[in-house]
Design a protein around this ligand. Structure first.
Ligand SMILES: [Zn+2]
Length: 409
């Protein structure tokens, strides 16, 4: 059966079939609305009665509204319906190694309200307490939760998305933390927990500019380095949800000790902390750089944004550190390309954000070192969802699970 066809089988649970059809119809309205009921029926090969009754329910639930009339095909002009993304809202949270971002968003993942809180060396239990307290304060400002569909949390490391347990996050020193259960118990709102890079990939696939790709990789370069894989249209998670731990692939057996206990992990060469420590040691040796002017001599103000700004100002120190970072990243990506043969690799995270030079350098190295046959049509592109991608990723997980928004168009 075609994935986009409605479900018509008589066998099985009738209620389940109705729910599936309702999801398919809602998804069709979301993607193609304003649209008439007969067009929805035609697109999904469903009966007009099934569509009329499901659309009636969606209108009652305020998820869909009527918005005027369309062109007639000879008969009566059809009434058009469209998705009402502001009828509900959701809470999206991103927990990285250095900050917690929390946002209220509508059902198209548009941010209505967003806050960022730095993590001040919190680790283990204290991170979880901080997470719960921040949610509580944020929800108090939001007001009524009657229209809240739920909370979605994304974080680095290995996450069991089915149970909502953070299995292993070496940066935050979390091991088998039952985050979904904790959040649901405290706030009585349905909660999802997933790996951040998986979430960004899903967001690009469902809400961004990468909807038509079936084989792609998302590489995120920020506090850490992660990757997510879309293989034949589905996210590949591995046996325990640990697939894509790109940052902990080994690049140098004689290299630096990593937070995870191993030696020479790629993340220690390609991440903001790696760049930051190179910058500091060069500045300490008296290397000239426009960065010192950008932060007015205060090194505590150096962040990824300042680094990117120095690149646009063609600062020689920033460029040399970027080139070194890009060469390590490209070496890792050559491995990924040979293992997975993607059509496109999306680069995201605060180091890749609005950083054309990084993408250009990686493209150069990759086309030089990977098999030509694997790179001739390979696209390397920046993320299409901008700075909000962290919370939009969280929203994509919730929307996918709640409304079964389709992965393939
Ligand atoms: Zn490691």
């Amino acid at each position: 059966m075609n994935k986009r066809d409605g479900v018509k089988r008589r066998t099985g649970d009738l209620k389940l079939i109705q729910e599936l059809n309702r999801s398919i119809i809602l998804d069709t309205i979301r993607q193609y609305g304003p649209i008439s009921r007969s067009e929805i029926a035609k697109r999904n090969k469903l009966s007009p009665t099934t569509v009329t009754s499901a659309v009636g329910e969606l209108i009652r639930d305020a998820l869909v509204c009527e918005v005027g009339v369309g062109e007639s095909n000879g008969g009566r002009k059809p009434i058009l319906v469209q998705f009402s993304p502001d009828s509900r809202f959701l809470i999206g949270i991103s927990l990285s190694g250095s900050k917690l971002t929390i946002a209220q968003m509508n059902l198209e993942a548009r941010v209505r309200k967003k806050e960022t809180h730095p993590l001040k060396l919190q680790q283990g239990e204290s991170v979880l307490r901080f997470l719960l307290d921040t949610i509580e304060r944020f929800l108090a400002q939001v007001g009524s939760l009657d229209n809240c569909v739920g909370i979605s949390i994304v974080t680095q490391g290995i996450v069991d998305a089915a149970t909502g347990v953070i299995r292993y996050n070496p940066k935050l020193r979390l091991r088998d933390a039952p985050v979904k259960e904790m959040v649901e118990q405290r706030f009585q709102l349905k909660t999802w927990v997933d790996n951040d890079t998986n979430a960004y990939l899903l967001a690009e696939k469902t809400l961004g500019q990468f909807r038509h790709y079936q084989n792609m990789l998302y590489v995120t370069i920020g506090d850490g380095l992660g990757a997510s894989l879309l293989m034949d249209g589905a996210i590949y998670r591995g046996y325990k949800g640990g697939a894509g731990e790109f940052g902990h692939t080994t690049i140098d057996r004689a290299g630096m000790r990593c937070d995870c206990g191993n030696i020479g992990c790629l993340e220690n060469y390609v991440s903001w902390p790696a760049i930051y420590s190179k910058l500091l040691s060069a500045l300490a040796k008296g290397k000239a750089s426009s960065i010192m002017e950008l932060v007015e001599g205060d090194i505590s103000r150096i962040n990824a944004k300042i680094f990117r700004l120095a690149l646009t100002e063609k600062d020689a120190l920033a460029i040399s550190i970027l080139e070194e970072t890009a060469s390590y990243l490209a070496a890792g990506m050559v491995n990924l390309i040979h293992l997975f043969n993607p059509e496109v690799i999306i680069l995201g995270g605060e180091i890749a954000f609005e950083n054309e030079l990084l993408i250009e350098k990686v493209r150069e190295y990759v086309s030089e070192y990977a098999h030509g046959i694997l790179t001739e049509e390979l696209e390397l592109r920046p993320n299409s969802l901008g700075e909000d991608v962290e919370v939009v990723g969280a929203a994509a997980i919730l929307l996918q699970n709640t409304f079964q928004f389709s992965l393939s168009l």
